[in-house]
Every structure is written in C-alpha cells, then in structure tokens.
Design a protein around this ligand. Structure first.
Ligand SMILES: CCC1=C(C)/C(=C/C2=NC(=C\c3[nH]c(/C=C4\NC(=O)[C@H](C)[C@H]4CC)c(C)c3CCC(=O)O)/C(CCC(=O)O)=C2C)NC1=O
Length: 182
C-alpha cells in the first residue's frame, strides 16, 4: 500500500533519480486539514450513505429483492450492504492516503471475477456506487439538501474553501471502482 509520499519515493527509485515532484507533495501537505475534513464528511455519514444507496438501487430495480434477485434472500441483502460499506471504506482510505493503491490492492483486485462467479449484477453494483459518489461529493462540499435527505439531513459545517481538487479526487476513486467492475 502506498500513499502520496511513498508513491513519490517509489517513482523516484524506479528511475534512479532524486525525489522529483516536491510541489505536488507540498500541495498535499498544504491541503491536509481540508483532506481530513473530506474524509470525515464521508466517514461520519457512511452508514446513512450505504443504506440510502442500496435502497435507491433496489427502488429502481425491485427484481433484486424478489426470488432470483441477487439481494434475495436476506443473506444476500446483508452481503450487498456489507459490500457497499467495504467499497466506501476503501474509498475513504484512498482519499486519506492520496493514493489509490490501497483501494486497488485490497478491495478491487479480483472483485469483478468474484461478482461474475456469484452472479452479482454489475449494472446494479455500479448504480449503488454512482449514488455513493454523488452523496460523497455533496457531503464534502456540504451541498446536500433537506429535500433529498429528509429527516436524516445533516451538514458538516466545515469552513468553506475551495474543495474542487479534493472533490474530483474523491470522485475519481468512485470512478475507479466503476471501471474495475465494468
Ligand atoms: C475487503 C474486500 C472484499 C470485498 C470487496 C468482498 C466482496 C465480496 N462480496 C461477496 C458476495 C456478495 N456480494 C453481493 C452484493 C450485491 N448483490 C447485489 O444484488 C447488489 C448489486 C450488490 C450490493 C451493492 C452479494 C448479494 C453477495 C452474496 C452472493 C451469494 O452468495 O450468492 C463475496 C463472496 C463471499 C461472501 O459472500 O462473503 C465477496 C468476497 N469481500 C471482501 O473481503
């Protein structure tokens, strides 16, 4: 598993050069508190995000919870909720580390093949991941709305700043999950 720092060392070592891109690491350090806020925004809302994403996925495709569907019976429903939580957890690890390797190596490696073998439908999994991506972007930027969240509406209330780079980085980890399963 690599983070932004060990990645810089490994890349430099691979080309037998001194560590090159110090500016990128400076930016990583400078945005450190912002990054922690972003990770906290996802981690604090994780169980709500997972249940909402899986509920939304099922709402759009109710065959999933009928006989023959991959969220039926409850054993599979539980496995599905667990998997969505695993994916979200590894996305937060990658966001904290500023590097996708932990997500790639410990979560995504072989997942497509596992799902194919078990008959877990790819399009539905991707739909749940897309919903979690939208939620994560909203929570990082505190742009979630009462209209969408209902009684569970919570905002982080972090200091407002430019989170565009962190937002697109977080989004890229969800996209990575989607392309690994596609
Ligand atoms: C740490 C990394 C890690 C990952 C990623 C992981 C995934 C994972 N998901 C599995 C099953 C599963 N995954 C799902 C998921 C779903 N079904 C749906 O219809 C939805 C589309 C979707 C939820 C969004 C289901 C239903 C099963 C059980 C399938 C079965 O046993 O028939 C299995 C098979 C073993 C088991 O049931 O526990 C693995 C290994 N395990 C790990 O240790």
């Amino acid at each position: 598993m690599l983070d932004a720092f060990s990645r810089a060392v490994v890349s430099a070592d691979a080309s037998t050069s001194v560590v090159g891109d110090i500016n990128a690491l400076k930016a990583f350090v400078a945005s450190g508190n912002r990054r922690l806020d972003a990770v906290n925004a996802i981690a604090s809302n994780a169980s709500c995000m997972v249940s909402d994403a899986v509920a939304g996925m099922i709402c759009e495709n109710q065959g999933l919870i009928q006989a023959g569907g991959n969220c039926y019976p409850n054993r599979r429903m539980a496995a599905c909720l667990r998997d969505a939580e695993i994916v979200l957890r590894y996305v937060t690890y990658a966001l904290l580390a500023g590097d996708a390797s932990v997500l790639d190596d410990r979560c995504l490696n072989g997942l497509k093949e596992t799902y194919a073998a078990l008959g877990v439908p790819t399009t539905s999994t991707i739909r749940a991941v897309q919903i979690m991506k939208a939620q994560a972007v909203a929570h990082i930027n505190d742009t979630n709305t009462e209209a969408n969240a209902g009684k569970k509406f919570v905002q982080m209330g972090s200091a407002k700043g430019d989170c565009s780079a962190l937002t697109s980085e977080a989004a890229s980890y969800f996209d990575r999950v989607i392309s690994a399963l596609s």
